[in-house]
Design a protein around this ligand. Structure first.
Ligand code: SF4
Length: 503
């Protein structure tokens, strides 16, 4: 099926290449990236093109600027691969006027731009919806690089390395949606729309909440209009947001969709995340009516004490009730997502998983339950930004123990790789020296072994990135003015500390 394109393509003089440094199927399902591409494509004076690591079809000589969007920490490999293929030097100070301007944005950059500052001429922090047009306006003037950067520095959220800048926060004046509906997308032929941004829960590890403050929701009327727009072209609709159910009129949105279904409109509905304490029979019935068979709830930690420590105030009764509702209302399977290695975690906390899993299994015969674990990766701009990362061997032991014990009670489990999560910690809490590590690893093929060799050969000191930072020291990402400010994050950490074993 040919792609359905929901925007008008302009062809201006300024050639902007928008890069998703990963595969095209992920590019097509990335709402933020695709929306900014739509803005660029519709801007007068700009000729916008999209490329991904598996679709590089441009000639660097004709490019005026390259804009990267980074969603995941390991996307840097795609950035370097594309620069390499286009024969563009990695470091901005090696690129004269003959080379395009190279800039970036996205969640990874917003969380900590410092490891990337040698690569990019400038970066966009925070929401791009409103500021991207201002950036495009400056770019299309085609001024020399220095003057361009001077002008760009006046735009909110634009970070020119080594100048402090505030991240931008948009008003959500319009509902954003994927402007291309494609069967090449990871979410095939799906129309994705955003109904809310951020999350007011403020779990102490969560960048989706802390880097998207304040929580904002789209207007109900505009959401409904956008759903109707999507339904003109496809029956697959996905509602996106860190916590869609936190939208104050979420129930009405769901009712609107249900009414359409009841009137014979075929809708396959997807929802990015449903808060465990917001699971109710009606929502599950609508999801099941819309073709969903499996869903995920995030409990983050098995013990109530540890959940309180990370500000995930979820009671065991709420978890049990959510699972029961899922089963009774037609879901076939449920994934229960959690983390290992949260600071202050004890053997008792780990054993709580087994007790909880057994209880869930015994009470919900017939429902396919899977426990899925990642390991805790401390992230900048959250109250846990100073915390130590648990060592890999301990995490591997915990995983082995859980895998064995969970299988004894007939519960399936899945685990992320502690070794890769370790490097994710280094990348996300890194400083400027990490750019050297990135280049080394890229050149060495990007495998795990390459990281170890890079450390040895480059003699980098990553101890702080792994073991944590002191409360009174300057953090690499303090070059940006984040919100809530550092002191407020520290106050929140101190407040939560009373739930640590020692507190
Ligand atoms: S509920 Fe989910 S999205 Fe909200 S702060 Fe917690 S982890 Fe983040």
């Amino acid at each position: 099926m040919a792609d359905i394109v929901l925007y008008k393509h302009n062809h201006g003089e300024y050639k902007l290449v928008m890069v998703y440094p990963n595969r095209e199927e992920f590019a097509l399902s990335s709402l933020g990236y695709m929306w900014l591409y739509k803005i660029a494509a519709e801007t007068e004076g700009i000729s916008a093109e999209r490329i991904s690591t598996d679709s590089i079809n441009v000639n660097s000589a004709q490019i005026d600027a390259l804009a990267f969007s980074l969603s995941f920490d390991f996307d840097y490999l795609g950035v370097l691969e594309i620069l390499d293929k286009l024969k563009i030097p990695f470091y901005s100070n090696e690129r004269g006027e003959d080379f395009p301007l190279v800039f970036a944005g996205g969640p990874v950059i917003t969380t900590n731009p410092v490891p990337y500052q040698k690569f990019f001429d400038f970066m966009m922090l925070g929401d791009g919806d409103e500021n991207f047009s201002k950036v495009l306006k400056v770019l299309s003037l085609k001024l020399p690089k220095k003057e361009t950067l001077q002008k760009l520095s006046e735009i909110e959220g634009v970070y020119i390395p080594n100048f402090s800048v505030k991240r931008a926060s948009a008003n959500l004046s319009e509902v954003i949606y994927t402007p291309i509906i494609s069967d090449k997308s990871y979410f095939k032929n799906t129309f994705i729309l955003e109904i809310a941004r951020g999350c007011m829960n403020r779990c102490a590890f969560c960048t989706a909440s802390y880097t998207n403050l304040p929580f904002r929701e789209n207007e109900y009327k505009k959401i409904i209009e956008t759903i109707d727009l999507g339904l003109k072209y496809t029956n697959k609709i996905a509602l996106l947001g860190a916590q869609v159910s936190a939208h104050p009129r979420f129930e009405e949105i769901m009712n609107y969709i249900k009414e359409k279904m009841d009137n014979g409109v075929k809708i396959e509905l997807g929802i990015s995340s449903l808060r465990t304490d917001a699971v109710n029979p009606k929502f599950i019935q609508i999801l099941v009516q819309g073709g969903q068979k499996h869903s995920t709830i995030a409990i983050e930690a098995a013990s109530e004490r540890l959940r309180k420590f990370i500000n995930k105030n979820l009671k065991e009764e709420q978890i049990l009730s959510a699972v029961q509702i899922a089963r009774e209302n037609g879901l076939k399977g449920l994934k229960i997502y959690s983390m290992l290695g949260i600071p202050t975690e004890t053997k008792e906390d780990i054993d709580e998983f087994l007790r909880l899993a057994k209880k869930i299994k015994d009470e919900n015969k017939g429902l396919n339950i899977e426990f899925s674990f990642s390991t805790f990766v401390p992230k900048p701009q959250t109250p846990l930004q100073w915390s130590k990362r648990e060592d890999t061997k301990t995490l591997e032991k915990k995983q082995k123990y859980l895998e064995k014990e969970l299988s004894k009670i007939g519960v399936q489990s899945k685990f992320s790789s502690p070794k890769w999560d370790y490097w994710q910690t280094v990348l996300s809490r890194g400083d400027e020296t990490i750019s050297e590590l990135m280049i080394y690893v890229y050149r060495a093929g990007g495998k795990l072994g390459a990281y170890k060799s890079a450390l040895k050969d480059l003699k980098l000191d990553i101890s702080k990135m792994v073991d944590g930072y002191d409360f009174d020291e300057t953090l690499p990402w303090d070059v940006i003015e984040y919100n809530p400010q550092k002191q407020l994050l520290l106050n929140e950490y101190k407040r939560l500390e009373k739930y640590s074993i020692l507190g």
